[in-house]
Design a protein around this ligand. Structure first.
Ligand SMILES: Cc1cc2nc3c(=O)[nH]c(=O)nc-3n(C[C@H](O)[C@H](O)[C@H](O)COP(=O)(O)O)c2cc1C
Length: 377
């Protein structure tokens, strides 16, 4: 019987177990370069079968938060090298999540104070649609995103190449692969959603082929640079985060994408279930259909706990399970899940920004505590 603790072959990589750490922005890189503290954070969590980094922007234009480590400059690549070295020293494996936020940005984060770019000129305006900036008085905080400018048709190829260059940089930095961020309302989803994408060119939302053209161009460009076995992608079908309205074409869009990605033989598809008001968005029924469409490795994230994760793997609905918030407060999450030890609760107030507090200071479960728990069982 399959368990969460079996090793797993992901392309050329042998993962120690089926548990992945989901990508999480932590905004602790003041100069946009990963540093020793970043390396410590990932090293502490390297017992996950696969670590996926926080979203790392492919360009200044793709940035929607201050203090996040990017992957477009040589200095940033050197910063990430510390992280990959630290993780590999612990026998861990690590993918970089490469990210362009599109309209989820702010003029103060763009070179020359320019408008952010998107598939559309319509801004994201729901309550959650915020960029993380430094205000004029010097304090960091969330603010409404700026009105974007729709990318011109001829410019789209440049953004595709920014993704490809970032993938190449990730390879140079020693990552085992990249996860293209196609989820959570960011640039790629701004093209995929027919109620956001109001274009009339070959990237318009009118047909399946046009709607998925941008994301598949990105995938193809990344594969061309680093190989299909190092290329993963994150998608959030049925997600509504950041003003992504629900639409009737979700299933056909994502199943089409699944088939196209399958034909390309990429390393994995990582499905991010956003949940909403305590309700699961990605049903088991959809997972089964996606399994039929996509023959490679499937990862699922979103409010998982041990028993649901075990059931999903046992029933062959997914191959790997990803945990986000539980990894923030439990660097040794794999051990805790394995031995059914109690989980520490993460402090939301230290999710973004700040220092080591709430970042690298969560302890592993101690041997003493473990003995006590064993006795009480
Ligand atoms: C602090 C924080 C930062 C996040 N940053 C990212 C990110 O950079 N990229 C991404 O795809 N998802 C991001 N997410 C979403 C998580 O990857 C994950 O899908 C979500 O937290 C649900 O999983 P969980 O219930 O196990 O936490 C973030 C979530 C949190 C809590």
């Amino acid at each position: 019987m399959k368990t969460l603790f079996d090793s797993y072959q992901l392309g050329a990589l042998r993962l120690a177990n089926r548990i992945a750490m989901a990508p999480m922005t932590r905004s602790r890189a003041p100069s946009s370069v990963a540093d020793e503290q970043t390396a410590t954070y990932y090293r502490q969590r390297a017992s996950a079968g696969l670590l996926i980094t926080e979203g790392t922007p492919i360009s200044q234009e793709g940035t929607g938060f201050v203090f996040i480590p990017g992957i477009w400059s040589d200095e940033q690549v050197r910063g990430w090298r510390r992280v990959t070295d630290a993780v590999h020293q612990e026998n861990g494996k690590i993918y970089a999540q490469i990210w362009h936020v599109g309209r989820m940005s702010h003029t103060s984060l763009q070179s020359g104070g320019r408008q952010p770019v998107s598939a559309t000129g319509t801004p994201a305006r729901d309550r959650a649609s915020l960029a993380f900036i430094v205000a004029e008085d010097g304090t960091p905080g969330f603010t409404q995103t700026s009105v974007p400018r729709p990318l011109e048709t001829a410019e789209v190829g440049r953004v595709v190449q920014d993704f490809a260059r970032a993938a190449d940089n990730a390879r140079i930095a020693g990552f085992d692969g990249v996860e293209i961020h196609g989820a959570n309302g960011y640039l790629i989803e701004q093209f995929l959603n027919p109620r956001v994408n109001d274009r009339t060119d070959r990237y318009a939302a009118d047909t399946l082929e046009n709607r998925t053209r941008f994301v598949l161009e990105v995938v193809d460009a990344v594969i061309a640079r680093i190989g299909k076995e190092r290329t993963g992608i994150r998608l959030s079908p049925f997600g509504t985060l950041f003003d992504m309205p629900e639409h009737l074409q979700t299933e056909e869009t994502y199943l089409h994408l699944g088939r196209e990605l399958s034909a390309r033989g990429i390393a994995y598809v990582h499905l991010a279930d956003q949940w909403n008001d305590g309700v699961q968005k990605i049903s088991d029924e959809f997972l089964r259909k996606f399994r039929d469409a996509f023959s490679g490795t499937i990862i699922l994230a979103g409010s998982l706990d041990k028993s649901r994760a075990e059931r999903l793997v046992r029933n062959d609905l997914v191959d790997l399970v990803a945990f986000g918030q539980p990894f923030i407060a439990n660097p040794d999450l794999v051990n805790r899940i394995r031995r059914t030890l109690p989980l520490a609760k993460p402090d939301r107030s230290t999710y973004y920004g700040g220092n080591a507090v709430g970042y690298t200071d969560y302890p592993s479960f101690g041997a003493q505590q473990e003995a006590e728990v064993a006795e009480s069982h």
